[in-house]
Design a protein around this ligand. Structure first.
Ligand SMILES: [Zn+2]
Ligand SMILES: [Zn+2]
Length: 391
């Protein structure tokens, strides 16, 4: 393989040095979009690296705010950032490091709140997470849309880096043991509104292990962007105490629950969540799949709540996964209200004129239409312009 080496002026080109690397293509890096999930210790380092390399567009996703204890491992945060959203401080510092980089911030819970289509419209996904639940979510999303992701994990001076690529070697869920499922299950033990618990979980980490693992993660993402070879389903194991670094390969699990691909995904370039209604979507589905077609959400949609004590009744139209337990309290008398919920739209609902946004469907979300075992997955591609809003 021979590539043209372009040597630029070091005084005017910040990427001058990369020009000496035979395979490095700055225009490929500049044209790439990377989704970084988690802006903690790993996320800070990954974002710093991507900014220095001149990545074109970054989506920074996190749900958290900055506290002083983050400052020992987060190169992008300052003491004055205390209380700010991590995504906002990180985006600001990325722009300082390199104004060429276009940044979009997303503050929310990756497990439930981001439209699946977002994952389709990026070139690499990097998980900078500290818990199994979010890794499992990203792994399932990655499988659903058929895109690789780069996982990193740190604890004290130990680190693991892994590329998971649907259909090519083991995925993250293939690596899970019964104990892992137990830990995940415990956190989900309250089926209703368990978000508060999921967002916890502190693992001791150091800025050195974060830098080392994030360095590897960024390199793997760089290879993915360049279409270079990676080793999906293998782990780079780093032991900073003994200085052992080795790779190990995971077996593929036969019955792995993540191995499920959404097919076919149909892009709807004119469908935006703010304007297209459930009735529109249902009509489209029936035209293709037949008159019995229904629309299906992945989780329950809480349509209304009503109080058996005082009779109070209110429309809700929010996904159950996004509601906190306190949302069930009756505002009039405090009793826990009963919920009307559904995950299927079959055409006899009295709210078909609601837009997708009005039933809490996320921007760039992917909605399942089904008739028996015939399925189509519709992406609200019309949201792309307004939602993927880089600055
Ligand atoms: Zn698997
Ligand atoms: Zn009441």
């Amino acid at each position: 393989m021979s590539e043209t080496i372009v040597i630029t002026d070091p005084d005017s080109d910040r990427y001058h040095t990369f020009g000496y690397i035979s395979w490095w293509q700055q225009e490929v890096v500049r044209d790439a979009t990377v989704l970084v999930v988690g802006a903690g210790a790993l996320g800070n380092e990954v974002l710093k690296n991507l900014a220095l390399m001149g990545i074109g567009r970054l989506i920074i996703a996190d749900f958290d705010t900055i506290e002083d204890s983050n400052l020992s491992r987060s190169v992008l945060f300052r003491a004055s950032d205390r209380g700010r959203r991590k995504v906002n401080a990180a985006a600001e510092r990325v722009k300082e490091l390199n104004p060429d980089v276009q940044v979009m911030t997303w503050h929310g819970d990756i497990n439930f709140e981001m439209g699946l289509g977002v994952f389709r419209h990026v070139d690499a996904i990097i998980g900078c997470l500290d818990n199994r639940e979010a890794r499992l979510s990203i792994n399932r999303f990655s499988w659903a849309i058929g895109k690789p992701w780069v996982d990193g994990a740190i604890q004290e001076l130990m680190g693991i880096v892994r590329v998971f690529w649907p259909g090519r070697g083991a995925c993250y869920e293939c690596t899970l043991t019964d104990l892992d499922y137990q830990i995940i299950g415990l956190r989900y033990s309250c089926p209703l509104l368990a978000r508060q618990n999921i967002l916890q979980g502190k693992v001791p980490t150091t800025p050195t292990s974060a830098a080392i693992v994030a360095g590897f993660q960024t390199q793997e993402a760089l290879k993915l962007i360049h279409g270079m070879e990676v080793q999906p389903g293998k782990a780079i194991m780093i032991n900073g105490l003994t200085n052992d670094i080795y790779t190990t390969e995971y077996p593929v699990k036969e019955m792995c629950m993540s191995h499920s691909r959404l097919e076919p995904i149909v892009e709807l370039p004119d469908a935006a969540g703010a304007t297209i209604t459930l009735a529109d979507m249902l009509a489209m589905a029936r035209e293709t799949l037949g008159e019995e077609a229904v629309l299906e959400f992945d989780g329950e949609l809480v349509v209304a709540m009503h109080c058996s004590n005082c009779g109070e009744r209110a429309a809700v139209f929010q996904r159950m996964a996004r509601l906190y337990e306190s949302a069930a309290d009756c505002p009039a008398c405090g009793t826990k209200r009963d919920m009307d919920m559904t995950h299927r739209i079959n055409g006899d609902e009295d709210f078909l004129e609601r837009t997708l946004a009005e039933v809490d469907f996320p921007p760039l979300g992917i909605l399942r239409a089904r008739n028996g075992d015939k399925r189509i997955y519709y992406e609200l591609t019309g949201d792309k312009q307004s939602f993927l809003n880089y600055v």
